[in-house]
Design a protein around this ligand. Structure first.
Ligand SMILES: Cc1cc2nc3c(=O)[nH]c(=O)nc-3n(C[C@H](O)[C@H](O)[C@H](O)COP(=O)(O)OP(=O)(O)OC[C@H]3O[C@@H](n4cnc5c(N)ncnc54)[C@H](O)[C@@H]3O)c2cc1C
Length: 455
C-alpha cells in the first residue's frame, strides 16, 4: 500500500497535521496509524467502585487512541511561548504564536465556540505574586474542558475520516528508510510513503528511542519534572481561577535556590491516575459542564531535574521514584499536608476525619518515604509561599497526591521544518521532546503540514 504521507500517532500533533494537509492538498493520499482505539471506544475501566485503580489495560484509553493523551484532558490550550514547549526555538516566536492562534480558531469552528479565553494581561495578581516572591507567567488560556474537548475531537474525526485512511489499534513496529521512500511496518503489513510524520507523544517515548537508534537520529536527554498534585477546596484559589483559570506560578526556594512551579490547574476538577509505560502517576482534569464539577481545585507542584554526567537518564530517575510510590501504595499515595509536616503517615482514619473529600481513591501513606528530601523541601516551601496569595493552601487538610511525574521525551535533532537528518521524515509533538502541551503539539502538526505542502 502506497501513501504520499503516513502519520504515526493520532494525538493533537497527528490530527492537526492531517487536518492541514487535507486542507492544503485534498488529493494527497494520507494514512494515520494509531496504536489505540477510536475515540468512541476509549473507556478507562476505573469507575471508583468495581475498578478502583489502574488495571494496566493493553492499550491505555487515557493515553492512547484518537485524540492522544489529550482526549480526556482538561483541554487547556495555553497560547504562549513561556511554557508548554520550545517550538519557538525552531520556528521563531511569532510563527509559533500565530500557529497556536490558528489551532484555537479551528477548535472554535469544530465545537469550541463559546468557551472562555482567559488571559494574564493586565491582571493585578502579577503584582500580588511578586510582592510575595512568586512569579506569574504570561499566557492566554483557552479552556475547552474535558467535555467540549471531546466534542471538538469528535467533529474533527468526522471531518477527517473520509479524507484520510485511519488505522486504529495498529501500533507501528518500525520505520525503515530506503533513501527515496519510507517503509512503515505494522503487524502483518508494510506500507510505503514519500514522507512520514512521527507524532507518538509521551506514550511512544520508548518506541521513539528505538526509531532514533535504528535510523541513527541524534538525540539528547531532556529534563524530568517530579512533584505532587495538590487538592484543596475550590474557594481557596477561586479569586485566582475565576479570573485567570490557570495560573502558572514559579517560586525559587530559599533553601536550595531550586525552582518549583504550579502546573495544570483544574478549578472544580478531579484528580486522576495515569499509566505511562506501566507506571502509575497522578494527573488532573476538570469539566466545563457545571454538573460534572467538584468542590475541589487541583494543581501540580513540580521541580525540574536534568542529569548530565555520568548519569544521563532523567526519565529513568523519575520512573524509579514513581515505582517506589507504586511499591508502597500499590498506585497513587495521598497524604494530608498536616500529616506530612508532623512527620506521620496519613491513615484511612485520618483521611476520614479531614474536611475535604478526595476526588481520587488513593492509598493514604507517607510521601516523605518516596520523594527525595530536596524535592519535598521545595514543595513544602512553595505551599507556604502560595499560602500568602491563597490563604488556606497550607491547611492541614490540603491533600497531596504522589507522585506526579512529567516525563519528557529525549529531544530529537530536527531542523526548522521539524525534519530530521533523513529527508522527508518529520518528528513532531511531545514525541520530539520539543513540545509538552496541546497547543504546541497541535501547532507543530500544522507547521510540518505546511512545510510538506510547500507553503
Ligand atoms: C490526563 C492528562 C491531562 C492533560 N491536560 C493537558 C492540558 O489541559 N493542557 C495541555 O496543554 N496539555 C495537557 N496534557 C498533555 C497533552 O495531552 C499532550 O501534551 C499532548 O496530547 C501531546 O500531543 P501529541 O500529539 O504530541 O502526543 P499524544 O497526545 O501523546 O498522542 C500520541 C499518539 O500516538 C500513539 N502512538 C504511540 N506510539 C505509537 C506507535 N508505535 N504506533 C502508532 N501510534 C502510536 C499513541 O497511542 C497516542 O494516541 C495532558 C495529558 C494528560 C495525560
Amino acid at each position: 500500500m502506497n501513501y504520499d504521507v503516513v502519520i504515526i500517532g493520532a494525538g493533537p500533533g497527528g490530527i492537526f497535521s492531517a487536518y492541514e494537509l487535507t486542507r492544503l492538498n485534498p488529493d494527497m493520499r494520507i494514512a494515520v496509524f494509531e496504536a489505540g482505539h477510536t475515540l468512541s471506544k476509549r473507556h478507562c475501566p476505573i469507575d471508583g467502585e468495581k475498578v478502583k485503580s489502574c488495571i494496566g489495560c493493553k492499550s491505555c484509553s487515557i493515553m492512547n487512541g484518537f485524540g492522544g493523551a489529550g482526549a480526556f484532558s482538561d483541554g487547556k490550550y495555553n497560547i504562549t511561548n513561556d511554557f508548554g514547549g520550545t517550538l519557538y526555538e525552531y520556528i521563531g516566536k511569532k510563527r509559533a504564536l500565530d500557529l497556536m492562534h490558528y489551532v484555537d480558531e479551528i477548535n472554535m469552528r469544530y465545537g469550541g465556540e463559546g468557551t472562555k479565553l482567559y488571559t494574564t494581561a493586565g491582571t493585578r495578581f502579577k503584582t500580588v505574586c511578586i510582592q510575595n516572591d512568586l512569579h506569574l507567567l504570561d499566557a492566554s488560556v483557552r479552556h475547552l474542558g474535558t467535555d467540549i474537548n471531546y466534542i471538538v475531537l469528535e467533529n474533527l474525526y468526522n471531518d477527517l475520516k473520509d479524507k484520510v485512511d485511519f488505522y486504529f489499534d495498529t501500533p507501528v513496529i518500525s520505520v525503515e528508510s530506503d533513501d527515496e521512500r519510507y517503509r512503515v511496518i505494522v503487524k502483518d503489513e508494510t506500507y510505503t510513503c514519500d514522507e512520514c510524520i512521527i507524532s507518538v507523544g509521551r506514550s511512544g517515548s520508548k518506541w521513539m528511542e528505538t526509531v532514533c537508534r535504528d535510523l541513527q537520529i541524534p538525540t539528547k536527554s531532556n529534563r524530568v519534572d517530579i512533584g505532587v498534585r495538590v487538592e484543596l477546596p475550590a474557594t481557596v484559589f477561586a479569586h485566582l481561577t475565576d479570573e485567570l483559570y490557570e495560573s502558572k506560578i514559579v517560586y525559587r526556594t530559599e533553601k536550595y535556590g531550586d525552582k518549583v512551579r504550579t502546573f495544570c490547574m483544574n478549578p472544580k476538577g478531579a484528580v486522576v491516575s495515569e499509566n505511562t509505560n506501566g507506571i502509575i502517576t497522578v494527573n488532573g482534569h476538570s469539566y466545563e459542564d457545571p454538573e460534572k464539577q467538584t468542590e475541589n481545585t487541583n494543581f501540580a507542584l513540580l521541580v525540574s531535574k536534568q542529569f548530565s554526567e555520568p548519569f544521563k537518564d532523567s526519565n529513568g530517575y523519575g520512573e524509579s521514584i514513581a515505582r517506589l510510590s507504586n511499591m508502597l501504595g500499590g498506585g497513587v499515595i495521598v497524604q494530608r499536608f498536616g500529616d506530612l509536616i508532623r512527620g506521620r503517615r496519613s491513615t484511612p482514619g485520618r483521611m476520614d476525619d479531614a474536611f475535604i473529600t478526595p476526588t481520587l481513591s488513593a492509598t493514604p501513606g507517607d510521601l516523605s518515604l518516596v520523594l527525595p528530601k530536596r524535592i519535598l523541601d521545595g514543595i513544602i516551601e512553595m505551599i507556604y509561599a502560595l499560602d500568602k496569595v491563597a490563604p488556606g493552601t497550607a491547611n492541614d487538610d490540603t491533600l497531596l497526591y504522589g507522585v506526579e511525574v512529567k516525563f519528557y521525551n529525549m529531544e530529537v535533532e530536527v531542523d526548522e521544518r521539524l525534519e530530521c537528518r533523513h529527508k522527508g521524515l518529520y518528528i513532531i509533538g511531545d514525541g520530539s521532546g520539543i513540545t509538552h502541551s496541546l497547543s504546541h503539539a497541535s501547532a507543530s502538526g500544522v507547521h510540518v503540514a505546511r512545510c510538506i505542502a510547500g507553503e
